[in-house]
Design a protein around this ligand. Structure first.
Ligand code: UPG
Length: 468
């Protein structure tokens, strides 16, 4: 655009509406930093109440670092828990926002200067689109998982209709045109249970994807070229809006400050690429038996390790200390080769540390992207949700290995000996290391001049300017 165009079409004003959980908030705030960088005026809509302490802290850090970003508080209506089939605090929060969505209308209409677009979370689309339609406001959504998962999500209503809506037991493997088949065993298992909240959101939202003006997604060509091509070519579903690969959305400075001195000091003392980092994201709580099997497995692996233990889904509910959860005797043995913590760590900084040479991950998509960004090989251990579909992306791209016989972490137990053996295998695999380094280069390319992320942000901003 020329200087004259810039005068005619001033900086776009974009509102962002994340849903719940660090896995959703983090990519939204990283997206916000990029929009600021591309001279957009940004309004961040924060929903209240907020589920976890880490979310509250991250929002505060972000707003302190970006004082020009306008924060609008969106107070949610109370949810009648007798009307929903779930106890998961994050899914309940998705539903609370969805049922409060009509209250967004006056809030969005009152913003000044007027908005050019709203980018909402993928978990909110069918309740937010009617609001933006009534305001004649372009609606985009941020898909916080992989392009493979977006293909599955967009295609889901077609797939489900084949079995009859109320009979998920009849569903087989998923055959999305052009993509390798997704085995039934990789489908998020909640989708196979009728009438739970997650399945209901999926069912209602999947056909609404085509009603959106565009999808922003945290991935890049070098990682998921085929899925992106098929999505944008309208091969997955007809009428698919443009999919903008704005990834990798990588850790930003405002997120720093949580890497304890103790942890940094310990990492600094370890040899290059000798440490395996073990963490399962922000919302995976493990059974005591599995936690202890992991501990034994880490000792068995013979490797150095940094292990983040989580006992509860929501951080506010963590009550017991590390020693109580892991067991006193095991904790003593673990100290010989590793560091075990039970608090929030700065994962971006950890994965970027030269001592870290491997990552045991549940394959939450942000973790995958962060590992790709730093070229750290992954041993995939999906726990729930989209994570098996993401694990396949990790395996196919060469970024990591996946032991499919481990099943779903949330349901199936993995023995310590087996866990330790596979860690040893990953840490010793030169091939994986080389492939992960290649993906890292691809990720860096996407951010460079003419790279896919930069091109897509420019396209988006130009599109929004024309809507003024
Ligand atoms: N993180 C930290 N420190 C911790 C724990 C987590 O910095 O101690 C960060 C991590 O770096 C990442 C985010 O928190 O940026 C966690 O996101 P992710 O790796 O995607 O895992 P989840 O928290 O499990 O994310 C949820 C879903 C996951 C999905 C993701 C995006 O569980 O399956 O892919 O949301 O939709």
């Amino acid at each position: 655009m020329s200087a004259c165009d810039d005068l005619l079409h001033p900086h776009p004003h974009v509102a962002l509406l994340p849903s719940a959980g660090m896995g959703h908030l983090t990519p939204f705030l990283r997206l916000a930093t990029q929009l600021v960088h591309h001279h957009c005026n940004v309004t961040l809509i924060t929903t209240h109440p907020i589920v976890s302490l880490s979310e509250s802290k991250l929002i505060t850090h972000f707003l302190t670092a970006f004082p020009k970003v306008n924060q609008v508080k969106f107070n949610l209506l109370p949810l009648d828990h007798t009307t929903v089939n779930s106890t998961d605090p994050f899914f309940l929060h998705f539903e609370t926002i969805r049922r409060s969505a009509h209250l967004l209308s006056p809030l969005l209409a009152s913003l000044s200067p007027p908005l050019h677009a709203l980018v909402c979370d993928v978990t909110l689309i069918s309740s937010v689109i009617p609001v933006t339609e009534s305001l004649h406001l372009p609606n985009y959504f941020l898909f916080t998982s992989s392009a493979k998962m977006l293909s599955f999500f967009s295609y889901f209503h077609i797939y489900a209709s084949k079995a009859g809506d109320d009979n998920p037991a009849m569903l087989g493997d998923v055959e999305i045109p052009g993509l390798p088949s997704i085995p039934r065993s990789s489908i998020p298992h909640l989708l196979l249970i009728p009438n739970n909240i997650f399945a209901n959101i999926f069912k209602v939202d999947s056909p609404k994807v085509t009603k959106s003006n565009g999808v922003l997604i945290n991935t890049f060509e070098g990682l998921e070229a085929l899925s992106l091509e098929l999505l944008n070519g309208g091969k997955v579903v007809e009428g698919m809006p443009p999919v903008f690969a704005v990834g990798p959305l990588v850790p930003c400075d405002f997120e720093k400050g949580e890497l304890g001195n103790n942890q940094l000091k310990w990492l600094n003392e370890q040899p290059v690429r000798s440490v395996v980092y073990v963490s399962f994201g922000s919302r995976t709580a493990m059974s005591r038996d599995q936690i202890r099997a992991i501990g034994h497995g880490l000792i068995r692996s013979g490797c150095r390790f940094l292990w983040v233990v989580k006992d509860k889904k929501v951080d506010k509910e963590e009550e017991e200390g590390l020693e109580e959860v892991v067991g006193h005797e095991l904790m003593e043995s673990l100290k010989a080769k590793g560091l075990v913590v039970k608090n929030w760590v700065d994962q971006g900084e950890t994965l970027g540390h030269k001592a870290v040479g491997g990552f045991v991950s549940h394959c939450g998509w942000n973790s995958v992207i962060e590992a790709a960004w730093h070229g750290v090989p992954i041993l995939a251990w999906p726990q729930h949700g989209d994570q098996k579909i993401n694990a396949k992306v990790v395996e196919r791209s060469g970024l990591g290995m996946w032991v499919t016989s481990w099943g779903w972490g949330e349901k199936d137990m993995v023995k310590g000996d087996e866990f330790g053996e596979r860690i040893r295998e990953m840490m010793g695999c030169e091939l994986l290391r080389g492939q992960a380094t290649h993906i890292r280069e691809e990720a860096r390319k996407a951010l460079g001049d003419g790279g896919s992320r930069e091109m897509n942000f420019k396209r988006l901003v130009a599109e929004w300017k024309l809507k003024s």
